[in-house]
Design a protein around this ligand. Structure first.
Ligand code: URA
Length: 238
């Protein structure tokens, strides 16, 4: 499929660390090649899907969209801008940065774990829409022990203190009576905290560990991220 665009736009869209004016300088310095020729201008039109574009001999692959798995630490907010706190976007290394990136779904400032960052609006919509039932799994540590029957209450749908009834969710017990895993198919504001509050308990620690069929990479330290390949992203829908 033809994806015709200017060379400078192509390079700067794929490489967040290179601006369009940088591309002009790189072309003059003969460091950019298109299909084997380094006699190129930054405003020339290329077919992004087919042409072979190289910088210093290294191929710049065309990716229409990018998908980044971040292990969000506490204290970081899931928005594109915030005057006071660092945002998830500030944790993306320069090489993966590009315009239009945003977090597909929010975690609270004090929640850790998997945030998917992308520039693919359609995918984000798919993940976030409750109609699509993309499950999100969380590890929860509670202030008080889990009581008998919590599993059934989650399965029936917890009613929050404001009267809103949650969709059925899954609760699985973990190592101790204070720990569990909760899987939600929707994402209301502070939902897990409010579900346990409605049961007279309190969440002391919360971490998202998967979105659909994609599990947070255990090797990722807090604040680190990796790119997820397109074929992996298809697992989102299970
Ligand atoms: N539920 C919460 O209460 N907080 C989150 O960040 C995610 C789910």
């Amino acid at each position: 499929m033809a994806e015709i665009m200017r060379l400078d736009r192509f390079i700067s869209s794929q490489r967040g660390d290179i601006s369009r004016s940088d591309v002009r300088k790189l072309c003059s310095a003969r460091r950019v090649e298109v299909n084997g020729s380094c006699k190129v201008r930054s405003d020339m039109k290329i077919n992004a899907a087919e042409d072979d574009v190289r910088l210093d001999g290294e191929r710049i692959e065309y990716k229409k969209f990018i998908y980044i798995m971040l292990n969000k630490p506490q204290g970081v907010v899931c928005s594109t801008r915030d005057g006071l706190s660092p945002t998830v976007l500030s944790l993306i290394p320069e090489k993966l940065r590009r315009s239009g990136l945003f977090p597909a779904g929010r975690l609270d400032k004090d929640t850790e774990g998997f945030v998917l960052i992308t520039d693919d609006g359609e995918l984000a919509h798919r993940i976030l829409s409750p109609k699509n039932h993309v499950p999100k799994r969380y590890y929860v540590r509670l202030e008080k022990p889990l009581e008998e029957g919590y599993e059934q209450l989650f399965e029936q749908g917890i009613t929050l203190s404001d009267g809103v009834k949650c969709m059925p969710a899954r609760l699985e017990r973990a190592e101790s009576e204070y720990d569990c895993f909760v899987t939600l198919n929707e994402g209301m504001f502070h939902q897990i905290k409010r579900m346990f509050e409605a049961l007279g308990n309190k969440v002391n620690y919360l971490k998202r560990i998967s979105i659909g069929g994609i599990v947070l990479d255990e090797k990722l330290a807090l604040g680190e991220c990796i790119e997820i390949m397109h074929k992996e992203i298809k697992k989102i829908n299970g």
